[in-house]
Design a protein around this ligand. Structure first.
Ligand SMILES: O=CC(=O)O
Length: 315
């Protein structure tokens, strides 16, 4: 039997390509210059899309693939997949939840510590010889015992809050309602109130059309000139223009960001801000997690073509 044709929208590590190439005929659209010509030639036989969270799949692409049956996302976020377009055609969508939760939560905590304690600047201070030439690095900001807010208490938000409790922090969260698994933490109705009672505000909302720009000017001002925003979710949850203004004016103290609009070509104004920590969308980027994500993405495709239940369906 011939192997199903799979359109590949982004690169995967070698360890995934070996299995993908064994099971499917892969079509690496991301590596092709003339994408329209490639789709015109191969689009008719494509039965699956292998994509990544940040790349998703647009309606235009879905409509250009008449034989499409499934979209498998390498990542937990599926906000960039046009779910309406998929639903209209009965196309299945899968993602890779759970396997990345711990690493993403670790990364948020690491960004908070790194920025609060000034570790990037301090490392340069030691490495450049400034320590010997100029003495002690300026004192930074404490983390333990402060107030933390977690916006979105899903899998990742829960693990962030659980880790924060190890820093003796006062923890509150916002979500669509109080969670019975979060009795030790204070439920707060809305993001502004949460920001007002937080020194560190973690954004861990699963992004969708409904969460777009949930975090905007009023949240930044409530968090204040001593406050820090940490975003390990999606850029679309945040009004980036308002964030830049708040950082530039000092109305918001600091931001640790793993996600941006227009990645990887993000707004150059961020580079000029001294009060930000910039990371290249790396929160799930450990070998252990990336292997588990690749396995789950391929398991979903394999299950679909074997006609068995999908391990982690979205629709
Ligand atoms: O951004 C990464 C993901 O959605 O897993």
């Amino acid at each position: 039997m011939s192997k199903p044709d799979v359109l590949q929208l982004g690169p995967y590590p070698e360890w995934d390509m070996e299995r993908l190439d064994g099971l499917f005929t892969m079509h690496p659209l991301f590596a092709v210059d003339d994408k329209a010509a490639y789709l015109a030639e191969h689009g008719g036989k494509i039965r699956a899309i292998a994509t990544r969270g940040e790349l998703g799949a647009t309606r235009a692409l879905i409509e250009a693939l008449p034989a499409l049956e499934i979209i498998s996302v390498y990542g937990v976020g599926f906000d960039a997949v046009d779910l309406d377009a998929a639903r209209e055609r009965g196309i299945r969508v899968t993602n890779t939840p759970d396997v990345l939760t711990g690493d993403v939560a670790d990364f948020g905590i690491a960004m908070m510590l790194c920025l609060s304690r000034g570790m990037i600047g301090a490392e340069k201070w030691a490495r450049s010889g400034d320590w010997a030439a100029h003495g002690t690095y300026p004192a930074q900001r404490r983390v333990f015992g402060k107030r933390a807010g977690v916006l979105g208490l899903g899998r990742i938000g829960f693990e962030v809050a659980r880790r924060l409790s190890g820093f003796d922090m006062e923890i509150a969260y916002s979500d669509i309602g109080p969670k019975d698994y979060a009795r030790d933490w204070q439920f707060v109705e809305n993001p502004e109130e949460l920001a007002a009672r937080s020194d560190f505000l973690f954004v861990t909302l699963a992004a969708s059309k409904a969460t777009r720009h949930t975090v905007g000017r009023r949240v930044f001002e409530a968090l204040g000139p001593e406050g820090m925003l940490i975003n390990i979710s999606r850029a679309s949850n945040i009004d980036e223009e308002a964030l830049l203004s708040a950082l530039e004016s000092g109305k918001l103290g600091a931001a640790a960001l793993d996600v941006f609009e227009n990645e990887p070509d993000f707004d150059a104004r961020f580079r000029a801000c001294r009060n930000v920590l910039l990371q290249p969308h790396l929160a799930s980027g450990t070998v252990e997690t990336r292997k588990a994500m690749g396995k789950l993405m391929i398991d979903n495709l394999e299950a679909h073509f074997a006609g068995v239940a999908l391990p982690t369906p979205v629709i």
